[in-house]
Design a protein around this ligand. Structure first.
Ligand SMILES: CC1=C(/C=C/C(C)=C/C=C/C(C)=C/C=O)C(C)(C)CCC1
Ligand SMILES: [Fe+2]
Length: 292
């Protein structure tokens, strides 16, 4: 499958989800988390497991000692991020949103202009605020407490309107010259604008961000079959699922949705920092650095 085909399939799925979620009654946040957290965990998180492939191609990790050291360092960075979150949750959430926008700006195909990337990456974060800022607030409170969450949501909601306008204009601008590029942007923005935040994010994260990263990894490592690629994710996935189960079993006191939100998004923040340290250098080289 090419990135183009994947982009079209994602866009079609996005419009189906928009239609269905507006026709069917909205589930409350408790059930949204119970249904969607496993989807994010099983379909979205594994794209980080390919980091081992990118690490192998860019630094020398031939000996077992070096491999153990790299895994240890990766997890140590993640643990430090979680600790910083625990100390300064509002600050950590704000920085996480910022670096996520930068990370998501890597999704569009390789030859798009920089302004388009910036618009796209920030649109992923800002679109949910246009109609669903109350729902986002509810989730942000789980992550950073009511004071920081309210402050952040107020700023981001205010930014979300001009951003939606600019995204739609940019999408229309490309409709004539590069239809797929414009259609992909408008579909992504509509998905995150018109569906409940957790649902929109899950579909975007699993079927755009993660799916596209898997295809890029396949091309980078010159692997013909996806099943070989999926095998590399097995061990990291077992570790992540085991960690998730242990966290859910040990954390008590708060609601299930609060704990799932913390597990998912603080966990993602922790993993995103080492993930970006591995990926971004290669992305800025046009996915060429160390290519097989
Ligand atoms: C919490 C939350 C949001 C932000 C999620 C982020 C920022 C996720 C980042 C994941 C990354 C960077 C994964 C890397 O591969 C939204 C969508 C604004 C609205 C719903 C609640
Ligand atoms: Fe990623």
């Amino acid at each position: 499958m090419s990135l183009k085909t994947q982009g079209i399939l994602f866009s079609v799925l996005a419009w189906c989800v928009i239609a269905l979620s507006n026709l069917l009654p909205t589930l409350n946040i408790h059930y949204q988390f119970i249904i969607l957290a496993p989807v994010i965990l099983l379909l979205g998180v594994p794209h980080g497991a390919f980091d081992t492939i990118f690490i192998r191609q860019t630094i020398n990790i031939k000996t077992l000692t070096r491999q153990i050291f790299v895994v240890f360092l990766y997890l140590l960075i993640a643990a430090i991020v979680v600790y910083i979150w625990w100390l300064f949750p509002g600050f950590a959430l704000a920085i996480f949103l910022l670096i996520s926008a930068i990370h998501f700006s890597g999704d569009p195909e390789n030859n798009v202009p920089k302004w388009f990337r910036l618009l796209y990456g920030c649109a992923v974060i800002l679109s949910p605020f246009v109609f669903y800022s109350r729902d986002v607030l509810e989730i942000f409170i789980f992550l950073s407490g009511i004071k920081a969450a309210t402050l952040l949501v107020n700023y981001l909601e205010w930014l979300s309107f001009p951003w939606l306008g600019m995204s739609l204009l940019a999408g229309l601008f490309y409709f004539r010259t590069n239809f797929i590029r414009g259609f992909e942007l408008i579909s992504m923005v509509s998905l995150l604008t018109f569906t409940p935040p957790l649902l929109g994010f899950t579909i975007y994260f699993c079927f755009m961000h993660s799916a596209r990263h898997i295809l890029r990894t396949r091309d980078y490592a010159n692997i013909k079959s996806l099943s070989i690629l999926m095998k590399t994710t097995l061990l990291p996935m077992i570790v992540v699922v085991a960690f998730a189960l242990i966290f859910m079993a040990l954390s008590t006191g708060e609601s299930v949705e609060a704990r799932l939100a913390q597990l998912l998004f603080i966990g993602l923040a922790g993993l995103t920092v080492p993930h970006m340290l591995v990926i971004e250098r290669i992305r800025f080289s046009g996915w060429k650095l160390g290519k097989l």
